[in-house]
Design a binder for this molecule. Structure first.
Ligand code: AMP
Length: 495
């Protein structure tokens, strides 16, 4: 059995607002098997996936009978580009993770990949998604004597694998997965294998790539581009891939059901240069914009995007409507994403810091202002106000997705329902709050038609779209029984 050295550098400084104990997170995963520069490739892959999580990053490698782990709070480029760190991550196989948990505990023990020394050997695990029965499983594991080292829902998976009585690691893994509900794209590393798994509905993405004789796994194909790997295919919903020296072997532990990937990956989360569902995400977003113009045309002088997320839809809107697209807002790229500061007060400050109108494109103009989505409404309200302050004649806000009225429980950070603007306000109320001349959203039918479906199949929707419909694709078991778990709160106090 290989021994393990887990070298984590503690960074105890984190602000008070990170002290709450909810476990939603956005993440990106990466893995590489059989490459002499495994850790350097993982650093590059994680850098390409940085938009999926900016609060923490980690890499685990395996070399010569030992596992090596480095986990840090902060950006990949801040911690993983220096030779000493890479030298501490030797080996030909690696997995990596970027994490963003505005509400979970951003403390080092929650930073992934998590690692455990199981009876069968070391096992490292990186997770994108969110389990909807993690609290329930955790309670029962604690009752059975399990001792948790983190407050991350991902540790539940490790504990379940550890407790399995099966002998082969793949069987133990499958037994654990069969107990999970919710969304997961997993990358795992053992002494001989790189394993990838996607939940039965394929809510969160996972891709397979190839770089000469090496295989690569990643949340998005942009992580293959950065290292010159070829995109092979998506891991399918409910599929487990086991990558060894002999190649890739698939396992299908669940009854096959139709996939239901998360539509929000297309709307906001994925990088536009990635391929998803066989389509270029940039193209899909442009088509959302064109459809928005078809559904909600308006007479105007200029189309302006809220950068960067609104840009592809604005280009699509402009191309369809014939209204010229202009850079009417310049974004300061040195400010983190708006959502990184979880408090409303700080978020508002963040929006001001981040965007500035281009006077010549705004003054005296009738504009169509496009963003991909409205969540709390903070961004749109600020930007509409800014436009009028800079002399805009008319502001027609157009949003390239339907109103978001329901929180996500599958790995995208959204606020509670009461803080979602569209949950408590109708379109006219939202327009008044923003103070714009008109406000319109892309319809759900419009989204489905761009995605190649004449209509949404109500009995078996083609996408996970609960943020618009409230139709959650799995049971939300933890919400049904939100009983407090003693060990969780003890850990929170200790942090
Ligand atoms: P809000 O200002 O709360 O209405 O949020 C909407 C803005 O945040 C839009 O510009 C989106 O591009 C962006 N956005 C939407 N969903 C998310 C998310 N889950 N995390 C971070 N940003 C998001």
């Amino acid at each position: 059995m290989p021994s393990s050295r887990i070298a984590d550098e503690s960074v105890p400084q984190f602000p008070d607002w990170l002290g709450t104990d909810k476990l939603h997170e956005e993440c990106g995963v990466f893995g590489v098997f059989n490459h002499p520069d495994a850790s350097a490739l993982t650093v590059l892959g994680l850098h390409a996936l940085q938009h999926r999580g900016q609060e923490a990053a980690g890499i685990v490698t395996f070399d010569n009978g030992q596992f090596f782990s480095e986990r840090r709070l902060g950006l990949v480029s801040e911690h993983f580009t220096k030779a000493p760190v890479l030298n501490r991550l030797p080996g030909q196989s690696a997995i990596g993770h970027v994490r963003y948990s505005t509400q979970g505990e951003t403390i080092l023990r929650n930073v992934q990949p998590l690692f455990a020394e199981l009876g069968s050997g070391g096992f490292a695990l990186g997770h994108n998604g969110n389990l909807t029965n993690a609290r329930t499983l955790r309670s029962s594991l604690i009752r059975d004597g399990a001792i948790f080292q983190s407050t991350s829902d991902t540790e539940v998976v490790l504990q379940l694998i550890a407790r399995s009585k099966k002998s082969r690691i793949i069987d133990r893994f499958i037994e654990a997965l069969r107990q999970l509900e919710g969304a997961y794209a997993l990358t795992c590393l053992t002494n001989k294998k790189l394993i990838g798994a996607r939940d039965p509905l394929g809510i969160r993405p996972l891709m397979l790539g190839k770089l000469n004789d090496s295989y690569v796994l990643a949340s998005e194909t942009c992580a293959f581009d950065i290292i010159g790997a070829e995109f092979v295919r998506e891991i399918e919903n409910g599929e487990i891939v086991v990558i060894t020296k002999d190649g890739v072997e698939s396992h299908w532990p669940f009854p096959k059901i139709p996939a239901r990937p998360c539509i929000f990956e297309y709307i906001y989360f994925h990088r536009p240069d990635s391929i998803l569902g066989g389509r270029c995400v940039y193209q899909v977003r442009k088509e959302f914009g064109a459809q928005l113009a078809r559904e909600n045309g308006v007479d105007a002088d200029v189309v302006i995007a809220v950068p960067d997320s609104g840009v592809p839809a604005a280009i699509g809107y402009s191309q369809h409507s014939g209204i010229p697209y202009e850079l009417g807002i310049i974004r300061n790229h040195y400010v983190g994403r708006t959502f990184i500061e979880p408090e409303q007060r700080i978020r508002q400050l963040g929006v001001k810091l981040k965007h500035n109108p281009t006077l010549c494109e705004v003054k005296g103009k009738r504009m169509v202002l496009i963003d991909d989505s409205i969540v709390r409404g903070t961004t749109s309200m600020k930007i509409v106000q800014m436009m009028y302050e800079r002399g805009a004649k008319e502001v027609h806000m157009r949003i390239a997705c339907p109103p978001i009225a329901w929180p996500d429980y599958y790995g995208i950070d959204t606020p509670d329902r009461e803080h979602l603007l569209a949950a408590t306000n109708n379109q006219e109320q939202m327009r008044k709050m923003m103070g714009c001349d008109s406000l319109a959203f892309l319809s759900l039918e419009g989204i489905y038609s761009v995605m190649g479906h004449p209509q949404r199949n109500a009995s078996q929707p083609q996408f996970t779209d609960h943020c618009f419909t409230g139709d959650y694709p799995t049971r939300l078991r933890d919400l049904e029984d939100p009983a407090p778990i003693r060990q969780l709160s003890l850990l929170a106090e200790a942090s």
